[in-house]
Design a protein around this ligand. Structure first.
Ligand code: SF4
Length: 377
């Protein structure tokens, strides 16, 4: 099974924290969409496996019309083997989700929405320069639920100035809306973003890791009490509503990334498309693949395995590590894990090694402590 990710690199305005690839000019939109169709055809031999998930990300794919989305899907269906019951997700911003748009989306094969709410508080939305306001966020969710029962909302915690109480209120609002899935991310300050410049100038307070950790702990408790499973570090779903796209990603399934800046992975190589709309269009129209590719070594694959699996509820399987990489890797991971187990941050529940509740917020740091520098040398 495999997935296709399609990157739509356009946004109405630039959010202050964002370092994704996008343009606020829609001038090249038609050409870019044609290039996406062409890339899908050019790369079809790369993904012979049945496609189980299709994900429109960005950028802001909800800027596209029903016809534009349907045309992309028809190219996918024409050139790839799609399973009979795929999960097809559209990332959408609240300001794009009018009732008319939602009705149109419900008439397409798209069956899941991931709505970029980020916060229900005006001050947070302003600080992040989101294009929507708090009442649009609420309204879009109420409307979305009428047309698609599989909705997820994105929230951001650890925003400068966001108290624990405000975060709790945000969560309670989200939970009271009874959406079946939440994705919650800590605000990170990426290089060369407006947020980084504001923090450097002292206009915005720095992001505080201790505050983010307190927010995360509240998040885990509140969602658990409301019946959501924290199946991956940032993802929380009711039974039957775990994202198949996210799950495939965290379990190392192959995916093909189409569109500028999109990444692909096939188990042996990783590739990434050029992050420039004009160059992307030009390359594709010349019949060239717009990407760079890297062959993964055994060490890369092992590190990747540890990084992704430790973020999941189940954890990393020692048996799988031995099958995939050999006995010495199993011994190595156990040896590296010992200090974290002694501190109660990792738990061994054979054959799985997983982060404890105490270690959860530190998952990525723990994973890097289990990485391999070079076992073969
Ligand atoms: S809408 Fe999303 S992709 Fe666009 S600028 Fe904001 S965070 Fe970035």
């Amino acid at each position: 099974m495999a997935g296709i990710y399609i990157h739509i690199p356009f946004c109405k305005q630039a959010c202050h924290y964002c370092d994704f690839h996008f343009s606020t000019s829609l001038k090249k939109k038609d050409e870019l969409l044609k290039a996406i169709h062409t890339e899908l055809v050019l790369r079809k031999s790369e993904l012979p496996q049945p496609v189980e998930t299709i994900y429109f990300g960005g950028g802001t794919p909800s800027l596209l019309s029903k016809t534009e989305l349907q045309t992309i899907l028809s190219v996918v269906y024409e050139h790839y083997v799609v399973t009979p019951d795929p999960e097809i997700t559209l990332e959408a911003n609240p300001d794009d989700l009018s009732e008319a748009t939602l009705k149109e989306l419900s008439e397409t094969a798209i069956n899941r929405l991931s709505i970029g709410v980020q916060s229900f508080f005006e001050e947070d939305l302003k600080l992040m320069n989101r294009a929507h306001n708090a009442s649009e966020a609420l309204k879009s969710i109420e409307l979305a639920k009428r047309y698609l029962n599989n909705c997820s909302i994105d929230l951001i915690y650890g925003i400068p100035g966001m108290s624990l109480q405000r975060w709790e209120e945000n969560l309670q609002t989200a939970l009271s809306l009874e959406v079946p899935h939440l994705s919650c991310y800590a605000l990170t300050v990426e290089p060369k973003t407006a947020l980084e410049a504001f923090i450097k100038k002292g206009v915005v307070a720095p992001v505080d890791d201790a505050v983010a950790q307190a927010h995360y702990e509240t998040l885990v408790e509140s969602t658990e009490a409301a019946g959501y499973e924290n199946y991956e570090f940032s993802n929380f779903g009711l039974k039957g509503f775990h994202s198949r796209n996210n799950t495939a990603y965290w379990h190392g399934k192959p995916y093909l990334g189409i569109g500028p800046s999109a990444h692909s992975y096939n188990g042996d190589t990783r590739s990434w498309n050029v992050s420039n709309n004009a160059k992307y269009i030009q390359k594709v129209f010349e019949g060239d693949l717009p990407l760079e590719r890297e062959q993964l070594s055994t060490r890369d694959k092992y590190n990747e395995y540890v990084m992704t699996r430790l973020r999941t509820q189940q954890g990393a399987s020692l048996a799988e590590i031995e099958t995939l990489f050999g006995l010495k890797y199993r011994e190595y991971v156990l040896q590296q894990a010992k200090e974290y187990m002694d501190e109660g941050l990792l738990l061994l529940s054979p054959p799985f090694l997983k982060v404890s509740r105490k270690g959860k917020f530190l998952s990525d740091g723990i994973a890097s402590g289990l990485f391999l520098v070079n076992l073969d040398s």
